[in-house]
Write a protein that binds this ligand. Structure first.
Ligand code: PLP
Length: 417
């Protein structure tokens, strides 16, 4: 049921049965059992609204965007550009053209490492990341350091999987030029105090890059309030399509950066002697974009806003609390990451059992979890393990699915011990 709240924002009353019906993939059986999908941190499932938006686009609207004078091109452009405005509103950016479409978080960070590196990074400069970063927020900066002679510095995490104030104060200093940190860790679920880290980094004049891939599926993000310089995320983790993502940047900073890719759409004028570049956001959007992906992302944002982050947060907190209680009761289970501020992600190991064996037996019971290093190998090294089992929840998961997971683990342990 749709409810209009006093502040005029419309939200849907949180009815899990209705919500699950919006996700057709969830109603299938896997290995003879109803699917329990707990691999949401890797990629989340898509509501019908997103699937239909993509299908309708190809059935009724498809044409290349920008510059076309004919009906379909203009219609496709409007639909695609509508998403830019939806993203702007979602993260409360000041301006539409501060929203750059990319293929995803990985490409957004690579764009920054490449474009920032060309002009603003020199030998001896320091680039700061944390020990809990995804490889996407490590390797692009390493490549930049190799090219420029800059030095990569790493903020350690404590045994609970948190970044303490002391730890980032010890690493960020006047040599720091970029601080690139995840908002929420994909492996640990830790929600970092990024507003404080951003404020501290700015005291030294450093630019801040936030990897928000794991935040947007769960929580409100306000880039103006955070005062971050850049914020990156992926459509497919927030119930939208694959192959579309966002780079947010403050207008003045994006304006000052050189383009990343060259090609159509990003130019103002081309001669063999010299090319001048298009204005924002097109300067960073060379070539035909993922139009259907953009439109699908717009539908995903509409869907999230219809439920509301407040409702999503409350429901996921309940799931996380119950999940933590139930998983804690399993003998010899050790959580990897047990932060005070945490999203509904559980990484764990069970003594004497290899994570991939456990994952395989869970799969036989229709339960999808991820096993391995989760693209955070340095973090695994810190905890002295090769990998974990990770169960990551979304708002369409249920208390019953927590029970299925726990029973599944107990069954697997009995088989493997
Ligand atoms: N950063 C984090 C925290 C992630 O969890 C992921 C994906 O798992 C990425 C970056 C990379 O995202 P993508 O593969 O969509 O570019």
């Amino acid at each position: 049921m749709l409810v209009i709240k006093e502040d005029r924002t419309a939200t849907m009353e949180f009815d899990i049965e209705i919500i699950r019906k919006d996700f057709p993939i969830l109603s299938q059986k896997v290995n003879g059992q109803p699917l329990v999908y707990l691999d949401n941190a890797a990629s989340s499932q898509k509501p019908l609204a997103v699937i239909d938006a993509i299908s309708d686009y190809y059935k009724t609207t498809h044409s290349n965007v920008h510059r076309g004078v004919h009906y379909l091109s203009q219609r496709a452009t409007t639909a695609y550009e509508d998403t830019r405005e939806k993203v702007r509103a979602l993260i409360n950016a000041k301006l539409d053209h501060e929203i750059i479409f990319t293929r995803g978080t990985t490409e957004s960070i690579n764009l920054l490492a490449s474009s920032l590196g060309k002009h603003q990074i020199q030998k001896g400069d320091e680039i700061v990341i944390s020990e809990m970063e995804h490889h996407s927020n490590i390797v692009p900066w390493q490549l930049l350091c190799e090219e420029t002679g800059a030095i990569l510095k790493v903020i350690p995490v404590n045994d609970q999987g948190e970044i303490t104030e002391e730890s980032y104060h010890n690493v960020i200093n006047e040599k720091t030029k970029i601080v690139a940190i995840c908002h929420v860790s994909n492996t640990l679920g830790t929600i970092n105090s990024i507003a404080s880290i951003i404020e501290y980094a700015h005291q030294f004049g450093a630019l801040t890059v936030i990897d928000g891939a794991q935040a947007l599926p769960h929580m409100t993000v306000d880039v103006q309030q955070l005062n971050c310089d850049f914020y990156c995320f992926s459509g497919h983790k927030m119930f939208g399509p694959t192959g579309i993502g966002i780079l947010y940047g403050k207008e003045a900073l994006l304006d000052a950066l050189p383009p990343y890719h060259g090609g159509g759409n990003m130019i103002e004028n081309v001669t063999f002697e010299k090319t001048t570049y298009n204005k924002l956001p097109h300067k960073f959007e060379a070539g035909t974009p993922n139009i259907a992906g953009g439109i699908g992302l717009g539908a995903a944002i509409d869907y999230i806003m219809k439920i509301g982050y407040e409702e999503i947060g409350k429901y996921e907190d309940e799931l996380a609390k119950y999940g933590h209680e139930q998983l804690s009761a399993i003998k010899n289970l050790r959580f990897i990451g047990d932060a005070t501020e945490k999203s509904a992600v559980f990484s764990f190991v069970i003594e004497g059992i290899h994570p991939s064996d456990l994952g395989t037996i869970l799969d036989q019971q229709g339960i999808a979890v991820r096993t391995g290093h989760h693209c955070t190998q340095p973090l695994m090294d810190k905890f002295g393990i090769s990998g974990t089992v990770r169960a990551s929840f979304a708002f369409y998961n249920t208390i019953d699915e927590v029970d299925r997971l726990v029973n599944g683990i107990n069954k697997a342990v009995a088989m493997l011990s």
